[in-house]
Design a protein. Structure first.
Length: 423
């Protein structure tokens, strides 16, 4: 056995239940648990015994930011671990990984059991893990010797990343607040088949009721479209109706949602029609999300709530909306920063530090804050880019529900247009 050293993990009752449910399912399964309920801690505790037996923990995450966050947590709770990080930011990771695997194989020889008495952990991004050159490193390792942990597991259902689920290792743990992929039956099915389904759920209401997440107030700010936007919305809606009629004529008795979910299994012509419909739906949603009146509405929200909040996340649809909003806020003398993919990791880290120190009150982002980023001090959010995708709303809501000594209640304000965006 390998001795594991590090800070002791004190599990909450539901965290113990989650680990037990996974273990009872033959160490396979998905934990569908709300943001802020400690999925990373659960995973580290779940694999400690496995690591102590000399095996390898393989952790796969969607972003380099999450890779760095996992690295910090593992160093805190498994201080003597040998960790290899694999991403485009990690120079020479191939050689380090190969060296770790060679040591593991030698350690498993009868004569080499004491060669490497440290826990072995590999952390990689999905963008690296799906490639054959990464998976090739593990080809000689027995299926029982590696445990696969995939964080934000819903992401691995995307066509580009599904090759990750070709990893043959028998012990598998998936983590996500929202493991079901909206409008993607095939991607969701592949995830469920690989992990053996969801074995434990812990929702935002569960966390609030138990006191592990803070309660929140939810407010809606009505926003009207301009006349030009209404005209465009109606024009796109008419195009949508035409395509829907064509599709339903081709597939009588089917629902549009099911057909979109299964588009990959249709013929080339039918798939093209489905893709055309998807593009039209996206274009119509963008009219709503990028409504010009949202700028004034957001400034009105800040005026209304600004005195009672200390730190606030603002979610924008894209860089153009973010840049305009940022300029308008700066012109009003507000302390504003951004957290986006166009900043390098050091700039993003400095922005976070400034917000934690109270130098920045409003933090603007597009997608970067949807998953995994730990910002417990934030107590409010403005959703300019309101979404019909349940996953996005759950993820964004969860960002401000993490407990903090100075936080009693979170405030979430959503811009809402009086237009239905259903089919």
């Amino acid at each position: 056995m390998i001795e594991i050293s590090g800070n002791k993990i004190e599990l909450r009752p539901y965290q113990k239940e989650a680990i037990n449910a996974w273990a009872e399912n033959e160490y396979r399964g998905i934990l569908a648990m709300a943001t802020g309920t400690g999925k990373t801690i659960i995973a580290i505790e779940a694999i400690k015994d496995f690591l102590s037996e000399g095996n390898i923990g393989l952790i796969i995450v969607p972003t380099k930011t999450l890779l760095k966050q996992w690295y910090k947590e593992i160093k805190k709770y498994v201080t003597n671990a040998a960790i290899v990080c694999c991403s485009s930011d990690d120079v020479g990771w191939e050689e380090k990984l190969e060296r770790l695997i060679r040591l593991h194989l030698r350690q498993n020889d009868a004569s080499g059991s004491s060669l490497f008495a440290r826990p072995k952990i590999v952390i990689t991004t999905m963008g690296t893990a799906w490639k054959n050159e990464f998976k090739e490193h593990f080809k000689n390792i027995p299926d029982e010797d590696v445990i696969v942990i995939i964080d934000e597991v819903h992401r691995v259902g995307a066509p580009r990343y599904r090759a990750v689920m070709l990893l043959p290792f028998k012990k598998r743990l998936g983590l996500s607040a929202t493991p079901i992929r909206d409008w993607d039956y095939i991607g969701t099915k592949k995830i469920m088949d690989y992990f053996g389904g969801i074995v434990y759920k812990y929702t935002i209401p569960d966390g609030i009721k138990a006191g592990y997440l803070v309660p929140y107030e939810y407010h809606v700010k009505p926003v009207v479209l301009t006349l030009d936007e209404i005209k465009k919305y109606l024009e796109v809606s008419e195009e949508i109706r035409k395509v829907v009629r064509m599709i339903l004529k081709e597939f009588p008795g089917q629902s549009i949602k099911n057909l979109i979910s299964m588009a990959e299994e249709l013929g080339e012509y039918d798939e093209e029609m489905i893709m055309s419909l998807q593009n039209l739906l996206v274009n119509r949603r963008r009219i709503i999300k990028k409504c010009k009146n949202k700028y004034d509405a957001t400034l009105d929200i800040i005026d209304e709530y600004g005195e009672i909040i200390k730190s606030c996340l603002i979610y924008c649809e894209d860089y153009k909306q973010l840049d305009i909003t940022k300029k308008l806020m700066l012109d009003k003398g507000l302390s504003v920063g951004e957290y986006t993919a166009r900043l390098d990791k050091d700039e993003r880290e400095r922005t976070f530090d400034s917000m934690k120190a109270g130098h920045i009150k409003f933090l603007l982002s597009c997608k970067c804050l949807d998953e995994g980023v730990d910002i417990p001090a934030c107590e409010s959010a403005i959703l300019m880019a309101n979404s019909t995708v349940e996953r996005e709303f759950i993820q964004r809501r969860g960002r401000v529900l993490r407990p903090h000594p100075d936080k009693k209640t979170a405030i979430i304000v959503k811009d809402l247009n009086p237009f239905s965006i259903s089919l």
